[in-house]
Structure formats: C-alpha cells, structure tokens
Design a binder for this molecule. Structure first.
Ligand SMILES: [Zn+2]
Length: 113
C-alpha cells in the first residue's frame, strides 16, 4: 500500500521504505512531509527525523556523531542509500563547490572590470 501516507502512527524506520517513489534518475523520493529546506521528514515514535538520515541508518548502521549524511544526487528528499554518503559540514561545502552550487567569489568581482 505504497500510496498511503502514514500519519499519527508509531512509525518504525522501515516504514520509510513504503513512502517513496523512484524517479527516472534512480532517486527514491519520499512522498509528503518535506521541510522548508526540501528535506523529507518522518515521525518515528513521535519524534520527527530527517528521512535521509533514517534511511542511511537502515542500510548502513548508526551515523557517527558530528557526521552528516549528504547526497551525491543533490536531491534532498531522496533516500536511495546509493546516493547517500557520510561527510562533515566542510565535505558538503566542498561537494557543493565542485558541483558549481556555491558562488565563486573573486572571479568577476573587480569594479568596472
Ligand atoms: Zn538520489
């Protein structure tokens, strides 16, 4: 029953796996419950958690303290474990930069240039 969005229930982490659709690029897109940042949320035992972190733990085990779960695919509500990787905040920044998502300061910023 993939179409049912579970609410007000004591979800388990694995319930997340009934809540996504697979897009053409292989991303597993969680349906419903997106944060304003575009991350997917799931409530587990009344606690709201970020879906991609829950997915990471389901497939790979606990996330070490101070580590982030980042996306290779840049799709924040994707929970495909193959698209997830552990990193620090600065890894994530570097990843953004390499993908051209951060503004490159200093290139064309000379006044009148
Ligand atoms: Zn993805």
């Amino acid at each position: 029953m993939r179409s049912v969005i579970l609410r007000n229930r004591h979800n388990e982490p694995k319930d997340l796996l009934e809540r996504y659709i697979i897009d053409g690029k292989g991303c597993w897109l969680v349906q419903g419950g997106l944060t304003s940042n575009g991350y997917a949320r799931i409530r587990i035992n009344k606690v709201a958690r970020l879906a991609h972190r829950v997915a990471y733990e389901l497939f790979y085990g606990p996330i070490p303290e101070k580590m982030q779960v980042n996306h290779h695919c840049d799709v924040r509500h994707c929970i495909n474990p193959k698209h997830l990787f552990l990193g620090t905040q600065s890894d994530n920044m570097r990843d953004c930069k390499s993908k051209g998502r951060l503004i490159a300061w200093g290139r064309n910023d000379k006044p009148g240039a």
